[in-house]
Design a protein around this ligand. Structure first.
Ligand code: MLT
Length: 259
């Protein structure tokens, strides 16, 4: 199975595989790598077309992304890991659930949802995919930035906009177009999350504009063995906006699992 060209693997103990959001890359997980590698084995990677992930694929799908994530575990000789996906990372994790539940020790869904796109959202993604190939990534990244971080976080951490923009700028037009099409084509995932028995942690920001609290609650409501954390001042990028709280939630959750 193919695995991503670029990854980091730091620490030892229970492995946690972090799957990045769109159109970011593994650099978004830097605060988690730094804080958590003393307790756990932290693995992050870049999808093709993002960060150091190499050239974008011709076509991609959430399923192919799930194959790559598990391909990396194979490459590293890891049988089971905790899978943590934020937003698009969560969509990929849901695709992975269809095929690879036996590789999951536990699950962390952060700022994500199980709904498929509405017809209107699909159309918007497909026209953005065409636009980015013609006009480059500036329009889409500038449009996304205000919606990724809450106003409170922006006041508390004025540098965050720049940090996030710098990460997004490492994406290629082809990578963005490919993932937009893949996200538009993804099915709803309530059928796979319903009945999940693997320990699951759901995290959402109270002020998340992209995957609102109601969507996270709808996801959490379908899972029996789960805990739900709503972070009061956070927007969509909870791991960067409420880093300490996020890390504590992940560490506490993972510490309760026997490896
Ligand atoms: C993400 O943060 O991964 C994306 O904004 C998700 C989406 O566009 O649905």
């Amino acid at each position: 199975m193919t695995y991503p060209e670029t990854y980091t693997d730091k620490g030892s103990g229970l492995p946690i595989l972090f799957i990045h959001a769109f159109p970011l890359n593994s650099a978004m997980w830097m605060p988690q790598v730094e804080a958590l590698h003393t307790q756990f084995r932290i693995i992050t990677f870049d999808y093709p077309g993002f960060g150091n992930g190499g050239p974008a694929l011709e076509t991609c799908s959430m399923d192919a992304c799930a194959d790559m994530a598990v391909g990396l575990l194979d490459h590293l000789g890891i049988e089971k890991a905790v899978f943590c996906g934020l937003s698009m990372g969560g969509y990929i994790l849901m695709a992975a659930l269809r095929k690879y539940q036996d590789r999951m020790h536990a699950i962390i869904f952060s700022n994500t949802k199980a709904n498929a796109d509405s017809e209107e959202a699909k159309k918007t993604r497909l026209s953005q995919a065409e636009d980015v190939l013609i006009n480059g990534i500036d329009g889409i990244t500038a449009g996304l930035l205000p919606r990724l971080i809450s106003d409170e976080s922006r006041v508390q951490q004025p540098e965050l906009d720049m940090v996030v923009m710098d990460i997004m700028r490492q994406a290629t037009p082809e990578g963005i177009a490919c993932m937009l099409r893949a996200m538009a084509a993804r099915p709803g995932s309530f059928d796979v999350v319903r009945g999940l028995t693997i320990p699951t942690c759901v995290i959402v920001g109270k002020n998340d504009m992209i995957t609102p609290q109601s969507d996270a609650e709808a996801l959490a409501d379908t899972i029996r063995n789960r805990i739900l954390h709503v972070l009061p001042t956070s927007g969509h990028l909870s791991n960067l906006e409420q880093t300490e709280r996020f890390n504590r939630i992940v560490a506490d959750f993972c510490s309760t699992l026997s490896s």
